[in-house]
Design a protein around this ligand. Structure first.
Ligand SMILES: Nc1ncnc2c1ncn2[C@@H]1O[C@H](COP(=O)(O)OP(=O)(O)OP(=O)(O)O)[C@@H](O)[C@H]1O
Ligand SMILES: [Mg+2]
Length: 236
């Protein structure tokens, strides 16, 4: 059996007649952090949306735990243990931190576990504990990102897809968010598929890296080999 928990084969996606993502093979192994790098407009978000079911792939396969899931509704993917943190957070801006986290756990079959899960999130992000009653939209950018990640973790996903978690954050906060992602991976064994443009802070926590250019994968390998590739590094 493949060691991959989430895999794409020849995946293609786009909008209308415009194809954006071309023939992408990705393989997220159990317990690893797979980083997808690429410039603005490279098709990173389109690829993640096609994997998670927000956009129907035009060709190719997506498998989760060896089962084909391409085109499956996002709600079904969440129920099966895949979480998606969209670019630009996706928190409920008018609701409190606590209410946001509760909504993150809406899919939990056993609601008695809600307080327990919330405590786990608060341990990971103590600032959310302090700000439980604060309205989401009034949190700082970094705090909103932590809340978005916290919401995704409420239902104990096996895979978390993160679309540019560092966007708009000051460097010290980027580092903080990356360390939290590494901690989630390490302490919960969560497999992570993360899109980033910030190479400096994301590369050190990655197990493996794929680079996307104009919708095609142009590199797939260890972070160290990417760093040694002067031509590829020029892209960033
Ligand atoms: N809903 C849409 N309809 C039509 N074209 C779209 C749509 N969303 C994105 N695109 C186009 O698809 C291409 C890839 O966009 P995408 O958002 O996937 O890139 P990205 O790599 O995530 O970029 P960024 O780093 O800026 O988030 C861009 O040319 C974009 O204009
Ligand atoms: Mg994007």
């Amino acid at each position: 059996m493949s060691t991959a928990i989430l895999e794409t084969r020849g995946l293609a996606a786009g909008y209308g007649k415009k194809q954006i993502v071309h023939d992408v093979d990705l393989s997220l192994d159990r317990g690893e952090i797979l980083l997808v790098l690429g410039h603005n407009g490279a098709g990173k978000t389109t690829l993640m949306r096609a994997i998670f079911g927000l956009l129907k792939p035009t060709a190719g396969e997506v498998t989760y735990d060896g089962k084909p899931i391409a085109g499956r509704a996002p709600g079904d993917n969440v129920a099966e243990g895949i979480a998606f943190v969209p670019q630009g957070h996706g928190i409920f801006r008018t609701l409190s931190v606590r209410d946001n986290l509760e909504l993150g756990g809406f899919i939990m079959a056993d609601k008695t576990r809600l307080p327990d899960r919330m405590q786990t999130i608060f341990k990971l992000f103590p600032i959310l504990d302090e700000r439980q009653q604060q309205i989401g939209g009034t949190l700082s950018g970094g705090q909103q990102q932590m809340l978005a990640i916290g919401m995704a973790l409420m239902h104990e996903p096996r895979v978390v897809i993160l679309d540019e978690p560092s966007i708009g954050l000051a460097p010290n906060l980027v580092d903080r968010v990356m360390q939290s992602i590494a901690e989630i991976n390490k302490s919960f064994g969560t497999s992570i598929l993360m899109v980033e443009q910030n190479v400096r802070y994301s590369l050190p926590i990655a197990s493996r890296v794929a680079v996307l250019k104009a919708g095609r994968k142009i590199y797939d390998g260890p972070p160290a080999r990417l760093q040694d590739d002067v031509e590829l590094m020029k892209l960033f």
